[in-house]
Design a protein around this ligand. Sequence first.
Ligand code: GLU
Length: 314
Amino acid sequence: MKNIPKFVLIIILSTQLFSSEFITIGTGSVTGIYYTTGGSICRLVNKYKDSTIRCSIQSTEGSLYNLNSVNNKDLDFAIVQSDILYQASHNKNNFKNSSYSKVKSIMAIYPELLTLVTKKDANINTIMDIKDKRINLGSSGSGNETTALTLFNEIGLTKNDLKEASSYNASEMSDALKNNKIDGYFYMVGHPTSTIKDSSSSVNIKIIPIENEITNKLIEKYPYFTKGNIPGGIYKGQVEDIPTFGVKAVLVVNEKVNEKIVYALVKAILENFDEFKKLHPAYSNITKESLLEGLSTPLHEGAKKYYEEIGLIK
Ligand code: GLU
């Protein structure tokens, strides 16, 4: 240290003091709600008083891509469906052979519901009617296909029962429906979402209910599913509430991400929770307590510290 000139030392020290920490949140298609949610979080984090964190978002294919990227630390933060997170952290189904123990949860933000959007003239009235139809299950990095196939398994359907199982990603599937390339698509998403609004503004759509009998069996088997209704009136032509089942959209982080950064991010959101809730109607029923319901995998230490401090967990 003795030989370093004073002015160089000052520069080194001040860059350390004032240097920003850059973080990126993996989201989903720009037309989905993960993208808006990542943006909402970054907005609060970046403007938080004295924050040195510079938060940005990345559009991705969705939950599966995000889960793998956070596990490999290609992404620090991302949003992942709670069913996929549960299966991965408990080494179930397609996740038997890899460890996902590096993925920790921060908060289970809002509910997402499995939504089967079809063309009204495709003559699909129940879930079983998708036999011999052209149905989009989603791209391989999305969470849609995983959840749709769990449902298939429960009702005794396979991909081979469909006329065509396509894999358009979330930003392509509404156009695919409008251009009559598919009869319907599955989307695990919060509501209202612009993708479905877009579909309903160009073609007559019908959202297919998942009957109670099926949902009850699923919930009995898989603890991370809950019942939910897609509210009537939010999409053109869809007047009634539609029963289905859903999961939570969970913000996750790699366990190696600094505790202070995770702590600061959670604090920035929770201290501005009313403002956060106004950023998307899908958050309208969430509470600070509900952020801890359906986490599916252990909390990151930084998040835990903040929740303990404000008495949300003991
Ligand atoms: N749940 C979807 C997925 O994981 C993404 C939904 C969204 O982008 O809002 O693929």
